[in-house]
Design a protein around this ligand. Structure first.
Ligand code: ASP
Length: 590
């Protein structure tokens, strides 16, 4: 099937059953070894590596001469006979055979590559990005893209099989506030006006529901002008979906099914039914709206046991909360100091760390011995379900900050204990997110998910009573191993409610109409109840590939400054282009 008019086989295909056949292979020279009259060439293509061999004494002289001129990454066409290898290589599938060369043609010479094109390369990140097309020749990166392809095909198969219609939505749209900054594109034909690139197809997919499409999906590029981290790219891909006439459970069932289908098809893993947890419980038990449930170590609140004994930091704290680091009683002083330094880093901001060691002899020792009696320590140990050999770690302070800090500490200790292996998957739905969160700096309410998310009907009275922080939304996230893989919500489909929501978010009626008049008008022409979800496709692929960074699951990613190092973008444009776009400003870089 992979035969062409130039080659008869690939470099990953030949086996003992092919012995004595004449073959023509094409590929890149991985390596040439020349030892006392015997020359070996490792020829590589996307499918594998095949060893070519020639013996100076009986090979064509011109072929031998040419073979001696080959450099790494030369592109060659090689013809010969498949023979059994004497020294077999059980590390590669073609390791039982080699090809005795009879003809060789150089299809293209290559400069010496700037880094080794091997699984373990000597190329640093910048170099690999600049020469990404060479990096993509390496097995680990190529395999990631093959995995991505598989996930994409399986997604389409599943969605199509469940009645979803793939509809493309436009890329040149208008600014929509979804939490991030927009990338904008100047319009030549409309001087002074701009398109925005979509942060997601949110409003379009809702309009498709008004159109009656019922079940929509799209594997779609989204754009967000945010500061970048290892798991963020300015352009990324979503599996985006919307459904009509559904409850939250309908959506969770379909996408639990999709996730299971992908895990089975790509990893051969049968995932058990997904756990479900409310946002409130996730925050209370793990200090995190995306808890990593590959291990336990839940939070235990300790205010009543720790306060009132003269330990100032504890007594003043809004929250005293601890975890039981099971089996860590043997942590050295140095290790505990490192944990303390970790939580005291400015990004985490804890004031200190208190520990209680449950020693093997059954006695309890603590950094707070001065304040807490043996009975107090025993009560804390009992509540945290500690046993001999365990180490209890306690933080105290403002509730939100302390939970966040303990969450980081829990993840660190979990990692140190090897409790977060990349080949174990714990999948969780987090439900009932708050509808709104208050921005202290901006002094206003923000939509936690986005402005189109509906409040839970049973919490509507809290909007009337202006208890906005307590209103829960019909919003949900899919979390795998502590990573948010997707999120969605049941939407507002009533004009009045949507108008009210914009009001709460600080839009004047005119602003709301200007930005979202089209959507609100559509709601007046028979909008069905609807809801949906989007999965971060790159993250899902990285998760399946057992890696943290999404970068190597994207063929041509950008670096942390949002640059494509290979094509050197972004770049300045000519004065003529600027003029044409009515952007007649002199930029300092031009
Ligand atoms: N548009 C949302 C997002 O990008 C997902 C959704 O609500 O369906 O996060």
């Amino acid at each position: 099937m992979l035969q062409t008019h130039i080659r008869t086989a690939t470099c990953g295909q030949l086996r003992l059953s092919d012995i004595n056949t004449t073959v023509t292979l094409c590929g890149w020279v991985q390596n040439v070894r020349d030892k006392g009259g015997l020359i070996w060439i490792d020829l590589r293509d996307r499918y594998g590596i095949t060893q070519l061999i020639m013996n100076e004494s009986d090979a064509d002289k011109d072929v031998v001469l040419l073979a001696r001129t080959l450099g790494r990454e030369f592109v060659v066409k090689a013809t010969g006979t498949v023979i059994e290898r004497i020294a077999k290589n059980d590390k590669i599938p073609t390791g039982d055979i080699e090809v005795r060369l009879t003809a060789l043609e150089v299809l293209n010479a290559a400069k010496i590559p700037p880094f080794l094109i091997q699984d373990e390369t000597d190329g640093g990140e910048d170099l690999r990005m600049k020469y990404r097309y060479l990096d993509l020749r390496r097995n680990p990166v190529r395999r990631n893209l093959e995995l991505r392809h598989r996930v994409m095909q399986e997604t389409r198969l599943y969605m199509d099989g469940h009645g979803f219609l793939e509809v493309e939505t436009p890329v040149l749209i208008k600014s929509t506030p979804e939490g991030a900054r927009d990338f904008v594109v100047p319009s030549r034909m409309n001087p002074g006006e701009f398109y925005a690139l979509p942060q997601s197809p949110q409003t379009f997919k809702q309009l498709l529901m008004v159109s009656g499409f019922d079940r929509y999906f799209q594997i779609v590029k989204c754009f967000r002008d945010e500061d970048l981290r290892a798991d963020r790219q300015p352009e990324f891909t979503q599996i985006d979906c919307e459904m009509s006439f559904v409850t939250q459970d309908d959506i969770l069932e379909v996408f639990e099914g999709l996730t299971k289908h992908i895990f089975k098809a790509v990893k051969g893993i049968d995932l058990p039914p997904f756990r479900r947890m409310t946002y409130a419980d996730a925050m209370r038990l793990y200090g995190n709206d995306k808890p990593d449930l590959r291990f336990g170590m839940p939070f235990v609140e300790l205010n009543d046991l720790t306060q009132g004994h003269g330990f100032g930091v504890m007594d003043e704290a809004e929250l005293v909360v601890g975890i039981n680091a099971s089996g860590c009683a043997n942590y050295t002083r140095k290790q505990i100091d490192e944990l303390t330094d970790y939580v005291k880093r400015p990004q985490i901001g804890a004031k200190g760390l208190v520990w209680i060691r449950y020693q093997e002899d059954g006695t309890l020792k603590s950094s707070a011995d001065k304040f807490w009696s043996a009975e107090h320590l025993a009560a804390i140990a009992a509540r945290t379900e500690a046993k001999p050999g365990d180490l209890i770690l306690i933080l105290a302070g403002g509730a939100a900050k302390t939970r966040k800090a303990l969450s980081e500490l829990r993840l660190l200790v979990g990692a140190q204990l090897g409790l977060r292996p990349t080949d174990k998957f714990e999948v969780l739905w987090v439900l009932d997110f708050p509808l709104l969160e208050y921005g202290e700096e901006e002094n206003r309410w923000f939509a936690m998910h986005h402005p189109f998310t509906s409040p839970k009907p049973e919490d509507l009275h809290l909007i009337e009573s202006k208890d906005l922080g307590k209103v829960r939304a019909n919003a949900y996230d899919l979390v795998i191993n502590g990573v948010e893989i997707g999120g969605g919500s049941i939407r507002i489909h009533d004009r009045k409610v949507q108008e009210e929501m914009f009001g709460i978010l600080g839009f004047s009626p005119e602003e709301a109409r200007k930005q979202f008049g089209f959507l609100m008008e559509a709601f007046e022409y028979g909008a069905p109840p609807h809801g949906g979800i989007a999965f971060g496709f790159d993250r899902l692929c990285a998760m399946l590939g057992g890696q943290d960074s999404i970068r190597d699951f994207i063929a041509f990613p950008k670096n942390n400054s949002g640059r494509d190092m290979m094509i050197d973008s972004p770049s300045s444009i000519s004065q003529a282009q600027l003029t044409e776009l009515s952007l007649d400003v002199k930029l300092s870089k031009v």
